[in-house]
Design a protein around this ligand. Structure first.
Ligand code: F6P
Length: 547
């Protein structure tokens, strides 16, 4: 495997970046703009329908050069080639990481252990296409002869977040089928959803790569029981399909082998929406929109693989994030999409980013002595401006923000769209410049505010500015551009994992809670007891006393 395992902080470039950081950490971005009239152009990447302006960052050309040197020193180019060529870069689990193969061209060759996986991907895609056609057209009907009206995706984590986010983000392009998502083991979630459904016209898509996830199996069993009150055991084959790599477990649950859509262990859950995990996407948007989503992702893959690092969008965004995380010691990053459609984007990215790079042991098995994965959060603009933006503007923490916006409004409401985009642009400008004492005084004087009031409120009105933002501006929200955007973040995650010398594709950290939940469940149900700390013991006893 062609991936370096060097501690990044021991490289020449890191040391140079440390020195450089000390020299420029107080520099005002507004001064850099005044000094260099070409700055915005120098730090803007135009690619396809993307316009990525990263000039409002606390960087100079030297910063970028040093960050690019770091990428070279840590052999990013070689790592990208290992990633795309199916080498087992998920080293701890001995697996390739090939969500990119799911959106490769049908005639490409991508090998896992010398076997070209593209033909089996094509086969599953064909199955998704045919199934989608049968359900959407109404040709395939439920047990009582009625066409399907509702689809319920049952899964959790990557088996839920991706499809749920895409279906919601692209609901402008949706067909007549109503999609529902049951993920939480909270019985109120499932009861509330089932209360809206008619078993005769509902199709259940059970998505679990492992088919062992407690939440999904519990929900699938409850749904099956509910269904069997109306339909027979035999009718299950008309109403239940599964997406999984565990054929044995799915068939023993009662789903016919023909109703299983395969996936593979070289697709990580949080990167799986491009596989049959995206079946609900295809069902509710139509197969051609699902294909366009894949096409967009594939375009971004090609950009990432072939573009010079200097103008490579995921590489540049990843390096900037390293700059803030490791040098400015920013703890979090925000993603603010100026589109209500992208309401679920941040929850989706949280899994991708935090499950991948939330690691504290390096590729040599040693504890890291530097920061790794960033905390990502956010909500759509403009709503978030009226919620947490105060802290971004005037709080004590430095929070780099990605602003995502689209030039076109889908319904064509231009007056609203102009207002939306003016807010997008205004926020990045306000974060850059802030508001200086002199300007505030002048404003207050021209508004005839008495001097004693000016003296009293002045310190509170000052915005320091100099807050970094990336403006990611895309022509239009379409299946294709959404595919490009999601793949952009996937590759950003990869680059950061390489730089931080961590393995981004396992998630052992979520296993402990799962194991303990099973032990505790048996105590709740079977009066067993095990040894716990006093707090856990009391909490359990309290719950049991109220049950
Ligand atoms: O929470 C851990 C995790 O393994 C995620 O990585 C994954 O997306 C989710 O659980 C669901 O897993 P499965 O698809 O196997 O049910």
């Amino acid at each position: 495997m062609n991936i370096s395992s060097r501690n990044p902080t021991q490289t020449k470039s890191w040391k140079a970046l440390e020195q450089h950081f000390n020299a420029i950490k107080e520099v005002e971005m507004s001064a850099l703009f005044s000094k260099d009239l070409d700055r915005a152009q120098t730090f803007t990447i135009k690619w396809e329908d993307f316009y990525v302006d990263y000039s409002k960052n606390r960087i100079t050309e030297e910063t970028m050069q040093l960050l690019l040197n770091l990428a070279d020193e840590l052999k990013l180019k070689e790592a990208i080639s290992s990633y795309f060529s199916g080498e087992p870069i998920n080293h701890t689990e001995k697996r390739a990481v090939l969500h990119t193969a799911l959106r490769a061209n049908a005639t490409d060759t991508v090998c896992v252990k010398d076997k070209n996986v593209i033909p089996e991907i094509n086969e599953v895609k064909e199955k998704i296409k045919n199934f989608t056609h049968c359900i959407v057209s109404g040709n395939q009907k439920g047990f009582s002869g009625k066409a399907f009206t509702d689809i319920v995706n049952i899964g959790v984590g990557g088996s839920d977040l991706g499809p749920a986010m895409v279906v919601d983000s692209l609901r402008f392009y949706k067909n007549h089928l109503k999609a529902h998502f049951i993920s939480n083991i909270d019985g109120d979630h499932i009861s509330e959803t089932l209360a809206q459904l008619n078993p005769e016209t509902t199709l259940f898509v059970i998505v679990s790569k492992t088919f062992t996830t407690q939440e999904t199996l519990a929900n699938a069993n409850t749904v099956k029981e509910w269904f069997l009150k109306a339909g027979s055991q035999k009718d299950i084959e008309k109403h239940f399909v599964a997406v999984s790599s565990n054929i044995k477990k799915v068939t023993s649950f009662g789903i016919h082998e023909d109703n299983i859509f395969a996936m593979w262990n070289w697709v990580g859950g949080r990167f799986s929406l491009w596989s049959a995990v995206g079946l609900t996407i295809s069902l509710s948007l139509g197969f051609s929109n699902f294909e366009s989503l894949l096409k967009g992702a594939n375009k971004m893959d090609t950009h990432f693989k072939t573009e010079d690092f200097k103008t490579n969008i995921p590489v540049v965004l990843a390096l900037l994030s390293v700059w803030y995380n490791n040098f400015f010691k920013s703890e979090t990053e925000a993603v603010i999409a100026y589109s209500q459609y992208l309401n679920k984007l941040t929850s989706y990215l949280q899994q991708g980013i935090m499950e991948s790079n939330g690691k504290s042991v390096d590729r040599n098995g040693l504890p890291v002595d530097y920061q790794t994965g960033t905390i990502v959060w956010g909500e759509p603009g403009t709503n978030s401006q009226h919620a947490f933006f105060q802290l971004i503007h005037q709080g004590t923490k430095l929070i780099p923000v990605d602003f995502i916006g689209f030039a076109e409004s889908l319904f064509g409401n231009q007056a609203h769209h102009d207002k939306l985009i003016s807010n997008y642009v205004a926020q990045t400008e306000a974060l850059l410049h802030g508001k200086k004492r002199e300007d505030i005084i002048n404003d207050l004087i021209s508004n005839k505010v008495p001097q004693d009031t000016i003296d009293r409120i002045l310190p509170f009105k000052v915005f320091k500015g100099n807050k970094p933002t990336n403006s990611i501006f895309i022509n239009k929200l379409t299946p294709e551009s959404l595919g490009e955007l999601l793949a952009m973040y996937e590759h950003k995650i990869f680059v950061q994992g390489i730089i931080w010398n961590i393995y981004s594709y396992d998630q052992y950290g979520v296993e402990l809670g799962k194991q303990l939940a099973n032990t505790i469940l048996s105590e709740i149900n079977e009066e067993k007891t095990s040894v716990h700390d006093a707090s856990t013991h009391n909490l359990l006893a309290h719950y049991k006393s109220l049950k």
